[in-house]
Write a protein that binds this ligand. Structure first.
Ligand SMILES: NC(=O)c1ccc[n+]([C@@H]2O[C@H](COP(=O)([O-])OP(=O)(O)OC[C@H]3O[C@@H](n4cnc5c(N)ncnc54)[C@H](OP(=O)(O)O)[C@@H]3O)[C@@H](O)[C@H]2O)c1
Length: 260
């Protein structure tokens, strides 16, 4: 029987590469996006590309209109998957509130909680449901798409950095508590990934990777997807692990300033 991956936030950027990797390897894929129309469009594109596997998209927003975690929609989605007898073999937690422009002294507390609600609490709600099904099925793999900002800060992203740090704590706790059910929980820590935001800040991207990463390049979605696949399909004896994919960015102390 084909295995199934559940990938969150997969209508754009890194999530797309992850869906494609699993589909290419012959897995069925469940994915989410926030917007129903965008999700349906992505679903038809995936289905056209991968006619031999089942790929189904669900519109799922982490938050209700009042900004709290929408736990009910998570429950409803997993109930629907149960009705369709879909077992989840791997959960890839890719969706994230990027928490951009989070200025200390300026942003209201609600901006901070919004990021934590999505990146930490909503992810936990998804994990809880998926892990229960994995336990019944004899095991599975949970993969956080985390960030090297869990360890090294960048400006004006306080809530995002806090959420990525919290994810790593959650990852270790889950790895410990779920190991006895043969559920492995691991994290991928990318540095910069090339996305559609690239074009908006060309100077930054031209200068920063070359000065701050030994490999002088940034990751693409496929690099992250390959790592997610490794944790899902190969890393049989690995849990609670962090795999950094940042061209060496986080081990470099000083920027390399080119000589004029
Ligand atoms: N890009 C980077 O340079 C970078 C670096 C390090 C780590 N990462 C991590 O890698 C992952 C993917 O990054 P990315 O840049 O490809 O992400 P992205 O382009 O920002 O896409 C994020 C996805 O998350 C979904 N999402 C956002 N807010 C949500 C919410 N409230 N409820 C449900 N879904 C929500 C979005 O849905 P919609 O499609 O509906 O907008 C989108 O599909 C993230 O976990 C990110 O933290 C990224």
């Amino acid at each position: 029987m084909k295995k199934t991956a559940f990938v969150t936030g997969a209508c754009i950027n890194t999530g797309v590469a992850i869906v494609k990797k699993f589909a290419l390897e012959g897995w069925n894929v469940i994915f989410t996006g926030r917007n129903a129309e965008k999700t349906a469009r992505a679903e038809s594109e995936y289905r056209a590309l991968f006619p031999n596997v089942e790929i189904t998209g669900y519109a799922l927003n982490s938050l209700t209109a009042d900004g709290t975690v929408d736990e009910q929609s998570v429950t409803d989605l997993f109930d629907e998957l149960d009705k369709k007898c879909v077992a989840i073999d791997c959960l890839v937690l890719n969706a994230a509130d990027q928490g951009l422009r989070m200025k200390v002294f300026e942003n209201p507390l609600s901006d901070f909680t919004r990021v934590i609600h999505t990146n930490v609490i909503w992810n936990y709600a998804l994990i809880e449901r998926a892990a229960l099904r994995m336990k019944k099925n004899g095991g599975g793999s949970i993969v956080f798409i985390n960030s090297n900002t869990a360890y090294r800060a960048i400006p004006d992203r306080i809530a995002y950095e806090a959420s990525k740090g919290a994810q790593l704590g959650m990852m270790r706790g889950l790895a410990l508590d779920l190991g006895k059910y043969n559920i492995r929980v691991n994290a991928i820590l990318p540095g910069m990934i090339k996305t559609d935001r690239w074009e908006k800040n060309p100077d930054f991207y031209e200068n920063v990777p070359s000065r701050f990463t030994p490999l002088q390049d940034v990751a693409v979605g496929e690099d992250v997807a390959d790592a997610a696949w490794y944790f899902a399909a190969n890393a049989r004896n690995t849990t609670g692990a962090e795999l950094v994919i940042d061209g060496g960015n986080s081990i470099q102390l000083y920027p390399v300033i080119p000589k004029e």
